[in-house]
Design a protein around this ligand. Structure first.
Ligand SMILES: *Cc1c(COP(=O)(O)O)cnc(C)c1O
Length: 457
């Protein structure tokens, strides 16, 4: 076994960095359901999508067949500033847990934006620039996506307009200032700058906003400003494609040392980091070459996979976006205000939804105090201060490692450590002060949101 000479951190050489993204849809027998035009109920055409998104990104969104998509040199050059990212053997965590399991994490927090989102931000900004656009609009919740996009736009000289969920805008002033440092304009959402923002403010006076609402505003701002398009940091097929760089690198690193994972774990908000991490492994599974346990981890307060329904739904509150078939809680669902752990989107990537529906992966929902318990434990033994989102994956990696301790099985566990939590100290503070609780929606509540799903098919 090569296990003995496995370094603490597996760093790939720059020359080993992937030259192509891997499109898992090419290996799916049943393709993810297409986006639908809410007006006609017909699949969105490239032309329709092109009014909102950049051309090349539309092509990627609709391409279910090209297995390997070349990563343009300009994007690879940017990746080289912070990639390949390390695959770390969590020796200290293993020892502390007293588990025979071998635990690895792919660490995506090693860039200033602090998360994996930069992998897609630079790609989307690049295609916008290539099309000769002036700028892009987007929404951000906790702020990681807005930060990543601001960095990418600054690098390419693109204008960047971010609608930031009002509650985060107010509670995370430092996040906001990072974005402004990179030259983005940041507007609290719902704002009075868009028709949909005005309507939402009128209907829900004093609302602190939601991701779905900020998406509607950003889309409206893009389609009503010449030379602008809208970009989204998760959920879409194109985003999972860009994030496949995480999984392809992970696979190259594991293969280099002859390691085969048994379990692959990732947190799931809109599904981009998980979709990216698992892509090449899922490909092997789909082609019948290998078998892995793949686990999506979501918050118990926003449980789209474990308690949602697989149906067409709106992607945003203002219902201006196409309909997507996904596991969803309903587009009007907003997690309880005391939910601090991120991953608050009501739906899930269509690719992951389809794979989950086919039984190709599992999902678990974890309560937030247990997530912060795992986060703190991890910080103390491994040194990294994890993002609350990432800590969902840590929680389940620890749980699986503890099961191995009971059974004596030497399983190999790989999980995605998507980012750092420096801007989440208010949430950590709540946890430390014992002021965090675990709000879990009741079946009655979920049924209410489900009843509002659009009736399609
Ligand atoms: C945005 C984010 C997530 C969740 O988004 P996905 O699209 O599900 O990956 C997870 N971790 C961090 C650090 C994030 O910023």
């Amino acid at each position: 076994m090569a296990q003995n000479n496995i370094p603490y951190k597996i760093y790939l050489e720059e020359s080993e960095m992937p030259t192509t993204w891997y499109n898992v849809r090419a290996d799916m027998k049943k393709k993810p359901a297409p986006l639908l035009n809410p007006g006609t109920g017909q699949p969105m055409t490239a032309e329709e999508l092109g009014q909102v998104f950049c051309e090349e990104l539309v092509a990627q969104e609709l391409d279910n067949d090209t297995r390997l998509v070349p990563i343009p040199d300009e994007i690879r050059d940017f990746y080289k500033m912070y990639r390949p990212s390390p695959l770390v053997r969590a020796y200290c965590l293993e020892e502390k847990l007293g588990t025979p399991a071998k635990i690895y994490y792919k660490f995506e927090g090693n860039n200033t934006s602090g998360s994996h989102k930069l992998n897609s931000a630079i790609a989307q900004a690049y295609y916008a620039k290539n099309q000769g656009l002036k700028g892009v609009t987007t929404e951000t919740g906790a702020g990681q996506w807005g930060t990543a996009l601001s960095m990418a736009c600054a690098y390419l000289g693109l204008d960047c307009k971010v609608f930031m969920v009002k509650v985060s805008y107010e509670q995370k002033p430092f996040r906001r200032e990072v974005m402004r440092t990179y030259g983005a304009s940041v507007t609290p959402s719902p704002s009075m700058e868009t028709n949909v923002g005005k309507a939402i403010n009128a209907q829900f006076p004093g609302t602190t906003g939601s991701l779905g609402c900020a998406i509607s505003e950003a889309v409206e701002a893009a389609v009503s400003t010449p030379g602008y398009r809208y970009v989204l940091g998760s959920v879409l097929n194109q985003v999972l494609l860009h994030q496949s760089v995480i999984g392809v690198e992970t696979k190259i690193a594991l293969d280099k040392y002859g390691i085969t994972p048994d379990i692959i774990i990732g947190c799931a908000g809109g599904g981009s980091n998980l979709g990216g991490l698992i892509s090449p492994f899922m490909g092997e599974k789909l082609r019948g070459e290998k078998n892995y346990r793949i686990i999506a981890v979501e918050p118990a307060s926003c449980p789209s996979l474990t308690r949602g329904v697989y149906a067409y739904d709106f992607c945003d509150t203002g219902k201006v976006c196409p309909l997507a078939k996904m596991y969803t809680l309903g587009s009007s669902f907003i997690p309880a205000p005391n939910h601090a752990g991120g991953l608050r989107y009501h739906g899930m990537s269509s690719i992951l939804s389809e794979l989950y529906d086919e039984g190709m992966m599992e999902a678990v929902a974890v309560p937030q105090t247990s997530v912060f318990e795992a986060a703190e434990y991890f910080a103390r033994v491994e040194g990294i201060l994890p993002a609350p989102e990432s800590s969902h994956a840590i929680r389940v990696a620890i749980d699986e490692a503890l099961k191995c301790k009971e059974t004596g099985e030497e399983k190999t566990i790989v999980f995605g450590l998507t980012g750092t939590g420096y801007f989440d100290m208010v949430a950590y503070e709540k946890y430390h002060d014992g002021k965090m609780d675990d709000y879990i929606p009741t079946d009655e509540e979920l049924a209410k949101y489900r009843a509002a799903l659009p009736q399609i098919g």
